[in-house]
Design a protein. Structure first.
Length: 277
């Protein structure tokens, strides 16, 4: 059963109190490895399921369990607002156990959308910009799920936080955006999982390095990791040389692509971002 619904908070302290009312929080990534049906069966009781942005990637029908939608902001406001997808996304949560929308920003340039933009449903806001300043690589922006997962583990250390489908792998249906440092995020999340601060479900099981260490217990695991890094570095250098050769071939096409992009009219998102400056 879900705790009684109430108005949603507007600051980090309020949100820490909100999440602490549950026994567990399951963050469901927009990934093919996230099996929502299986998650519902495995997690019961006072559990909150948290979804992100384009939930139609993982939900084919209504979800009538305790839930929260996290809507990420951009310089043009919440993405589902400026794309006019609010009703299409929130329509997946028709029941009384839907707690509402959390509008999240994690970069200074992002701006919130006002509550009325999300229709007749509870809305709250959280600004995690300062939480990741000086920690996350400066040229990138944290993904919404990563930002919330790391903050939750630190703000609510007694809360069981489960990450479902956080594989950071491209699929045939969904792509990965290069606005985020996926390698950095996977390192952090897996370290957190190994230390017991979070749990991770879905995606790949224990990797090959664990199998090697188990097969050769007489070898220090640190030596296994060191040799693996040496091999990966050598293979990466080979990949870089191949990429350089390929780029020399496609460079003229890249120039034409840049020209056509400059001639292309601004998108609605770009116009909204310019208007907000």
């Amino acid at each position: 059963m879900s705790p009684q619904r109430q108005d949603l908070p507007e600051d980090v302290a309020g949100w820490a109190g909100f999440f602490s009312r549950f026994e567990a929080v399951v963050l469901v990534a927009n990934s093919e490895t996230a099996d929502v049906g299986a998650l519902r069966e495995r997690h019961s009781g006072r559990v909150l399921f948290v979804f992100f942005n384009k939930v139609y990637k993982v939900l084919s029908g209504p979800f009538e369990h305790p839930s929260l939608l996290v809507a990420r902001s951009s310089p043009a406001g919440a993405n589902i607002v400026h794309r006019r997808e609010v009703e299409a996304v929130c329509g997946h949560f028709p029941g009384p156990d839907f707690h509402g929308v959390l509008n999240l920003k994690a970069v200074a340039a992002e701006r919130f959308s006002v509550a009325k933009d999300f229709g007749e449903r509870p809305v709250g806001h959280i600004d995690l910009t300062d939480h990741f300043a000086g920690f996350y690589p400066a040229d990138y922006a944290p993904t919404t799920g990563f930002a919330l997962a790391v903050w939750l583990s630190e703000a609510c250390p007694g809360l069981r936080t489960v990450l479902a489908g956080f594989s950071a792998e491209r699929s045939d249906r969904w792509k990965l955006f290069h606005d985020h440092d996926w390698t950095f995020e996977q390192i952090v999340l897996r370290l957190m999982a190994r230390s017991g601060r979070i749990a991770m479900e879905g995606g790949r099981s224990a990797g090959s390095l664990e199998a090697i260490a188990a097969r050769f217990p007489q070898i220090d695991p640190h030596e296994v990791a060191l040799v693996a890094c040496e091999v990966l570095a050598a293979r990466q250098e080979g990949t870089n040389r191949s990429v350089d050769r390929l780029y020399s071939i496609v460079k003229p096409l890249a120039g034409l692509d840049g020209l056509f992009r400059r001639l292309k009219p601004k998108t609605r998102k770009e116009k909204l971002a310019d208007a907000g400056k």
